[in-house]
Design a protein around this ligand. Sequence first.
Ligand code: MN
Length: 144
Amino acid sequence: MGCSSQQVTANQTDTRKPLILVVEDNDRNARLVKEILVANHYEVVEASDGKEALEAVRLVRPDLILMDLQLPDMDGLSVTQRIKADPETAEIPIIALTAHAMDEHRSHAREAGCCCFISKPISYQNFLEKVKNVIAASLRCDSH
Ligand code: MN
């Protein structure tokens, strides 16, 4: 077989993998999300409650945060608001993750500062696409 017209991605310069903070108190969900992200060449840091999330954000400055809205110590919207209120971390995009996919919850998530919304149980393709799009959009913002 000769060379096909399809380009092999041999010219992928090995830049830093995007770092994603996964805030999720449910072990199974956290493991699933982590597996998907790691398999797709993202770096993952985990937090299982709001306090851990706030500490991790300051420590690692992730490129993206996936925020479960139902956390044991504080709700994900309050955590989001705190991250957005701090000028040092306000620019980090946050995707809300919740089993409540109602419009009301979506608008609350937006008001708190989440850029978009993924409902659980997550669908692999939709999940990955949103993650990719949000990271691509924020990288574009960084470049000027
Ligand atoms: Mn939860």
